[in-house]
Design a protein around this ligand. Structure first.
Ligand code: NDP
Length: 444
């Protein structure tokens, strides 16, 4: 029997319906077996039981009025997971699929990710089952204001600093910041991902996608390879996907496919990013339009089959569990060499096993997509200093942080005799820093 089986049982007992949360905790606890054996003091001090239980879970009603004058009600969440190494930090997700399980899994992952950045930030996550798709700007604003009218009492620049995630970009952060400032009568760095005229950081918009590519490039170079001349498939066409595509192209590869939740496009000439940005960022339209404007591009309805497109590098950047065992087998059959996660938990456990069994370089999201939160922490520093750094300064720091994260994952995996298991390396390294801080702070 494994040392940490009792913790897995505890998770199931307390969260019987939370499938995503159970999936995320199972993965991390499996990696931590060796740590538990090496550090019996962590077991004795209940570190594992404490780390899987959020410090605080907040659920609230979000009423708002739509353009027809009808009252709508959504549910809001903020899970403040762990503050051992800094204020809670993590994004807000607005998507109809949001529930407590999804927010808890994201909050749990966030703790390890934030720890890996080397910056002083704890983990949290929040959001709502509100669907921003098809809503007017006025409806988005009224929803964001109502959401913040409850959330404001739980957050603060030194307490809990939310940011964006799926369905929450610059527009939503702006509306929420405005409402926070109005209620609190206080101008502080309480949210990150702000607009550049009110405390935002240059390069934050690009950070997660760019960071993903910096991590991937560091990993490839360590193995005597690089992006140069490779073909790349990227799922999603949101914030992470678009800037991953931009950086992957700058690094000499050709991005040949992208998707949204309706379908995917393959463009053998390489995705035209100006057109993609116009469709997805400016007009908030569907990806289908891309193929209507590009002679050689082909659109396929349904997003799952994007992984049938042969490529050297796969970057899943849409959502959790979007790449399953069958997709993983197809990627391997078609010669993929690296799979690096831009989204949180996009590969199912079975898919990860396929990659590991076939010696495919696999980078877990909590390491490879940490560039967004790292740059958010840089935004917090700039807000505290009342300074703003240049794009190049922030980008250089981001690159350094991502290269460090890769080194930490690789070195930790080696130190535990786990070869190139970067997933275990990330889980162990992220955990160790939090565990040490929790040990020092007593039973809290
Ligand atoms: P966006 O809302 O900007 O984009 C999400 C993209 O994924 C869209 O193309 C969307 O399609 C697609 N998508 C969303 N849900 C589904 C679904 N259920 N099935 C298929 N496609 C879907 O979000 P982000 O780019 O910010 O986030 C993407 C992922 O990256 C998430 O897992 C997020 O947690 C993670 N992440 C984001 C960070 C950030 O800084 N933004 C930081 C670290 C991780 P459609 O337009 O049709 O909805």
């Amino acid at each position: 029997m494994a040392v940490l089986d009792y913790v897995k049982e505890e998770v199931r007992k307390r969260n019987p319906h939370d499938v995503e949360f159970i999936q995320a905790t199972d993965e991390v606890l499996a990696s931590l077996e060796l740590v538990a054996q090496k550090h019996p003091e962590y077991v004795e001090n209940g570190i594992f039981e404490r780390i899987i239980e959020p410090e605080r879970q907040i659920m609230f009603r979000v009423p708002w009025v739509d353009d027809q004058g009808k009252v709508q009600v959504n549910r809001g969440y903020r899970v403040e997971f762990n503050s051992a190494i800094g204020p809670y930090k993590g994004g807000l997700r607005f998507h109809p699929s949001v529930n407590l399980s999804i927010i808890k899994f994201l909050g749990f992952e966030q703790c390890f990710k934030n720890s890996l950045t080397g910056l002083p930030i704890g983990g949290g996550k929040g959001g709502s089952d509100f669907d921003p798709k098809g809503k007017s700007d006025g409806e988005i604003m009224r929803f964001c204001q109502s959401f913040m009218t409850e959330l404001y009492r739980h957050i603060g620049a030194d307490t809990d600093v939310p940011a964006g995630d799926i369905g929450v970009g610059g527009r939503e952060i702006g509306y929420m910041f405005g409402q926070y400032k109005r209620i609190r009568n206080e101008y502080s760095g309480v949210l990150t991902g702000k607009g550049l005229t009110f405390g935002g950081s240059l390069a934050r918009t690009e950070a997660t996608g760019y960071g993903l590519c910096y991590f991937t490039e560091a990993m490839l170079q360590d193995k005597g390879n690089s992006f140069q001349g490779k073909t790349v498939v990227i799922s999603g066409s949101g914030n992470v996907a678009i800037y991953a595509a931009q950086k992957a192209t700058q690094l000499g590869s050709k991005v040949i496919a992208m998707s949204d939740s309706n379908g995917y496009v393959v463009d053998p000439d390489g995705i035209d990013l100006a057109l993609m940005k116009d469709i997805k960022e400016v007009r908030r339209a569907r990806i289908k339009e891309y193929a209507q404007q590009k002679a050689n591009a082909v659109y396929t309805e349904g997003c799952k089959n994007i992984w049938n497109t042969a490529c050297d590098i796969a970057l899943p950047c849409a959502t959790q569990n979007e790449l399953d065992e069958a997709a993983a087998k197809t990627l391997v059959k078609n010669g993929v060499i690296a799979v690096c996660e831009g989204a949180n938990m996009p590969c199912t456990p079975e898919a990860i096993t396929v990659f590991q069994e076939n010696n495919i370089l696999y980078a877990p999201g909590k390491a490879s997509n940490a560039g967004g939160v790292a740059t958010s922490a840089l935004e917090m520093s700039q807000n505290s200093l009342r300074l703003s750094w240049t794009f190049e300064e922030v980008d250089q720091r981001l690159k350094g942080i991502m290269e460090n994260i890769y080194r930490t994952c690789a070195d930790t995996a080696k130190a535990y005799g786990l070869g190139d298991d970067f997933m275990a390396g990330a889980n162990i390294a992220g955990f160790e820093k939090i565990a040490e801080a929790m040990m020092a702070q007593g039973i809290v």
